[in-house]
Design a protein around this ligand. Sequence first.
Ligand SMILES: [Zn+2]
Length: 54
Amino acid sequence: MGECPICAAEINVADDAIAGEVLVCEDCGGELELTGIDPVTLAEAPSAEEDWGQ
Ligand SMILES: [Zn+2]
C-alpha cells in the first residue's frame, strides 16, 4: 500500500510493481509515479499537457 501525495488516499500497489511505474489514483484521478517499492513511495507524475485537438 502506498499513499497518494495529492489527496492522501490509499493506493494499492501490486507486489510485482516496479519503480517508475505510473499509477492512477482512483480517488483524485492524479497520475502517480512509483518512485520506490521498499518502502513504497509515490510522487505526483509530471502532467503531460496533451492537446486532444478540442
Ligand atoms: Zn489521490
